[in-house]
Ligand binder design. Structure first.
Ligand code: MG
Length: 320
């Protein structure tokens, strides 16, 4: 009797600790550290490793198809043409200028070997024949695998370069249609550095959580530039977490180098989730998990699983 009740107590404590330390493990661009970024190969690999959420980026083709790509233009560092030639250095064709058929003639399954980017992701296993996928194809892949993962979808749009992409309105309208047609609205969050798109999502689909992305580094700052914050001013809102709250976001995703434990606490006290990006070193992962962040975005979900397991945390189920 005593034994049974202590077992029950242990089980209850275990449930409590699991929920207290629940962490949203997000595979960045699928899993850029292991497979060609933002391709079906990367999303498949991330499912096989085991993640809670697939992080991915979207743009719109000339014929209005939502596709998964980080850059507004094809990146010569990861792109070969139909004849197998690497694109010349410089800016490749804009995705917004190509039809889906034209876009999918390019191969994005490998990093050009003689580049610093290849050294950075030396463990990435290339796979020839991978094309820029449609968002609908990513949803189909996940359905076929039966994986209950979520999708954190980033609208790639730059208020300072309006000619490079679709308008915020066109992008959000097309994105929400694909999400709703796939029946995935309950499994999606939408994130952006350009908070105009988040405002549009909040209006058109209030049940879909929005995530305010921020960057504060030596080269970039979208926090103190009202073009990126949909007109909100940080000096009028009383700090960064308050700015994110005023933008109507459910979560805040800062670059990991710009976040402090105090800011994590302040944001969470405002009801915001905190999900730093892009955290690839196990020591950084462990420090941020220790700060009780709500999730982490990483190119190496396999490493984050090891960090979590070392702390006795439950990890997401793999779907090979
Ligand atoms: Mg992204």
């Amino acid at each position: 009797m005593r034994c049974a009740s202590s077992r029950l107590l242990a089980a209850a404590l275990c449930l409590a600790c699991a929920s207290a330390f629940a962490l949203d493990l997000q595979g960045h661009r699928g899993t850029r550290g292991n497979a060609p970024e933002n391709t079906l190969a990367a999303f498949s690999r991330a499912l096989a490793i085991g993640v809670d959420t697939l992080e991915l980026d979207v743009g719109l083709t000339a014929d209005g198809v939502v596709v998964v790509s980080h850059n507004a233009a094809l990146d010569p560092v990861i792109t070969r043409d139909a004849s197998g030639q690497w694109l010349p250095p410089g800016r490749g064709p804009l995705i917004h200028s190509l039809t889906l058929a034209q876009l999918q003639a390019y191969d994005v399954g490998r990093i050009r070997p003689d580049t610093p980017y290849a050294k950075t992701f030396a463990s990435q296993q290339g796979r020839d024949g991978e094309h820029v996928p449609t968002l609908a194809a990513v949803f189909d892949l996940v359905k076929s695998r039966g994986a209950p993962v979520r999708f954190n979808i980033e609208t790639k749009i730059d208020p300072t370069r309006p000619a490079d992409t679709a308008s915020p309105e066109a992008m959000v309208q097309a994105l929400l249609k694909v999400v709703q047609d796939a029946g995935m609205a309950s499994r999606v969050s939408i994130q952006s550095f350009d908070w105009r798109t988040l405002r549009l999502v909040q209006k058109a689909a209030p049940a879909i959580p929005t995530v305010c992305l921020t960057v504060q580094s030596a080269n970039s700052d979208n926090v103190h530039d009202t073009r990126w914050t949909a007109g909100l001013r940080i000096d009028e809102e009383g700090g960064l977490p308050a700015l994110v709250k005023a933008a109507g976001c459910a979560a805040w995703s800062p670059n990991a180098g710009a976040v402090t434990q105090d800011l994590v606490k302040e944001a969470q006290s405002l009801g915001l989730q905190v999900i730093p990006w892009t955290v690839n070193a196990p020591a950084d992962m462990d420090r941020l998990v220790g700060w009780n962040v709500d999730g982490l975005i990483t190119d190496y979900p396999d490493r984050l699983r090891q960090v979590m397991q070392a702390r006795g945390m439950a990890v997401p189920k793999p779907f090979p």
